[in-house]
Design a binder for this molecule. Structure first.
Ligand SMILES: *Cc1c(COP(=O)(O)O)cnc(C)c1O
Length: 230
């Protein structure tokens, strides 16, 4: 039996060290448990052990586990690729949609949220490596999408998210994290209505320490909490 509380303790320790050594406090960093393929029981154990949020990748899987009460007591994030035909199932259920990456998605999420009388919090997902096969907005399109989001009812942009390319070379990995942080800071200097650069979500089990060192304040950790996935 995997000891989730112990794993979270270890991850929290590493987060605290990375935060302090980069001039911040441990409490500034949000730990999102990436729980794809994991059972409601394991997710409840992670929530009981004090993760800040739970992140899911697939809408159907999320709705099934949501119906079983898997996420009670923690904010729910959507972190997977969001198809437009699934928007209505996600808006209002998730506290934060981290993976918004197109103008049509922004418009559809805003419309749905507006019809529910709510504001949906989102992050803009950035394809910082400009990889053709990957989700995310290209860095050069970020400003246009923020401008669109700022004039769309029903949406608040709370920051940026990224899944950077993984490189064997440490410096090259860190370059992507640095590029994201620079983008985050650049946008922070501008003012858009309904756009707040509160969260920079990047870093996974094998990279969250480097991501925090580069300036991330939200990390999405799966296997280091729940063990490897089948
Ligand atoms: C699965 C997943 C993670 C966590 O990955 P691990 O390597 O298991 O920590 C983080 N972000 C996204 C978008 C994911 O799909």
């Amino acid at each position: 039996m995997i000891d989730i509380a112990y794993n979270i303790l270890k991850v929290r320790e590493a987060i605290a060290n990375a935060a302090v050594s980069s001039g911040r406090t441990p409490g500034d960093i949000s730990l999102v448990a990436a729980s794809k393929t994991k059972s409601p029981e394991l997710i409840r154990a992670a929530i009981a052990a004090g993760v800040d949020a739970v992140g899911e990748n697939r809408v159907q899987e999320m709705l099934e586990k949501h119906a079983q009460g898997a996420y009670e007591g923690a904010p729910l994030h959507f972190i997977g690729h969001l198809q437009s035909n699934k928007v209505r199932q996600v808006v209002g259920i998730c506290d934060l949609i981290e993976s918004v990456d197109s103008a049509p998605l922004i418009e559809m999420i805003g419309k749905r949220a507006d019809s529910l009388g709510i504001t949906q919090n989102i992050l803009l997902e950035v394809n910082i490596g400009s990889e053709p096969q990957k989700s995310g907005v290209l860095p050069g399109q970020v400003d246009d999408l923020l401008a669109l989001a700022s004039r769309t009812q029903g949406i608040s942009v709370l920051g940026l998210m990224s899944v950077p390319p993984v490189d064997d070379v440490f410096e090259r990995n860190c370059n992507y994290f640095d590029a994201m942080f620079n983008l985050f800071i650049d946008i922070r200097k501008k003012t858009y209505d309904n756009v707040f650069m509160n969260f920079l979500s990047m870093g996974m089990s094998d990279s969250y320490v480097d991501a925090i060192t580069a300036g991330a304040n939200m990390v999405r950790v799966g296997s280091a909490i729940f063990g490897t996935r089948a």
